[in-house]
Design a protein around this ligand. Structure first.
Ligand SMILES: Cc1ncc(C[n+]2csc(CCOP(=O)(O)OP(=O)(O)O)c2C)c(N)n1
Ligand SMILES: [Mg+2]
Length: 318
């Protein structure tokens, strides 16, 4: 639990530093922060086996750091440096690292779902005891490909876990205007797979639910849908004009911040000083990652020669 807390604090500090960098005009393009949602990505990836795969969304920083990616190379990727996970060509939404089974963030809403489903099919065909975890948003849950993936995954009992990170909004659209049912986990029944709604701000609850679903999939019993309820406290992205999330709603969720909850639970067990020291070290690790990554070089310009064979790097593999 302390390690999960540490990874949530790493993620939060990354988000806060990115927010500062954006205000200072030092970022390019929008950045989708996951402040307040860290327990979902961190709790879920902590439950994975070392050779399982995970796919995530445009808001994937908690999955990147939860899966144990090197913060320096994550920051380097966000700032387009050669030392980034994708050589600085991917950016913050497209960090991927095949070696750790972190099969990528994705800027196409919903695309993490069929990607993980296909990976699960491959694992099943090869007879491997591995599982693919798809993390996706409540907006992504409304796409056609989500239905197609869940249907085929349940029919073929694919080793995939569908983790719906329900943060109440898809862009500026509240979930009540996106879906005819408030709890999206009820849809699982229509596919003949288990579905549950859990507290996505409780990192231990996320860990427990995902661990059970991964075990089920690993036993060959097929997919599950877990809907983790959380909230996007910092808006859609750094380019969000805001104004559509009620202040009272934000305040209510800030009071249930996943880091506050885990900190209180850990302080009871380990003492506040121990937890504070762990947090201070995590923040220092992120600060050091920024210092190192920002001093790293930009990619060298490689002119395209049509006659040369395609020399692109395999995705995420260095
Ligand atoms: C296929 C596709 N349609 C639309 C968009 C534009 N878009 C980017 S994020 C987003 C909303 C996603 O909502 P959700 O899945 O709930 O994720 P969240 O941003 O809340 O984490 C939309 C519509 C896109 N990137 N891809
Ligand atoms: Mg959403």
């Amino acid at each position: 639990m302390l390690e999960m807390h540490r990874r949530m604090v790493l993620t939060r500090h990354l988000e806060e530093r990115l927010g500062e960098m954006h205000k200072a005009g030092r970022t390019r393009g929008p950045i989708h922060r996951c402040d307040g949602q860290e327990a979902v990505g961190v709790g879920a990836t902590a439950a994975m086996a070392h050779d399982d795969f995970v796919t995530t969304t445009h808001r994937g920083h908690a999955v990147y750091l939860g899966r144990g990616l090197d913060p320096r190379r994550v920051v380097a990727e966000i700032f387009g440096r050669e030392t980034g996970y994708c050589g600085g060509r991917g950016g913050h939404m497209l960090v991927g690292d095949a070696q750790t089974g972190m099969m990528g963030g994705n800027a196409i809403v919903g695309a993490s779902i069929p990607a993980a489903t296909g990976m699960a099919l491959s694992m099943q065909l090869r007879g491997e005891a591995r599982v693919a975890l798809a993390v996706f948003g409540d907006g992504a849950a409304q796409t056609g490909i989500c239905h197609e993936s869940m249907n085929i995954a349940a029919l073929w009992r694919l080793p995939v876990v569908f983790l719906l990170e329900h943060n109440a909004y898809g862009l500026t659209v509240h979930h009540s205007a996106q879906s005819s049912v408030p709890d999206l986990s009820v849809r699982a029944a229509g596919y003949g797979m288990p579905g549950e709604t859990i507290d996505g701000n409780d990192v231990v609850a996320v860990y427990g639910a995902v661990a059970a679903a991964l075990q089920r999939a690993r036993r060959g019993e097929g997919p599950s849908l877990i809907e983790a309820r959380t909230y996007r406290v910092e808006g859609f992205s750094t380019s969000d004009m805001g104004g559509y999330q009620p202040d009272a709603e934000i305040a209510e969720w800030r009071a249930r911040d996943p880091i506050l909850l885990a900190r209180a639970a850990l302080a009871d067990r380990l003492g506040a000083a121990h937890v504070e020291r762990c947090e201070t070290e995590a923040r220092a690790e992120i600060d050091a990652a920024f210092d190192a990554a920002l001093a790293d070089p930009m990619p060298a310009f490689a002119p395209h020669t049509p006659s040369a064979p395609h020399a692109g790097r395999a995705y995420g593999v260095r």
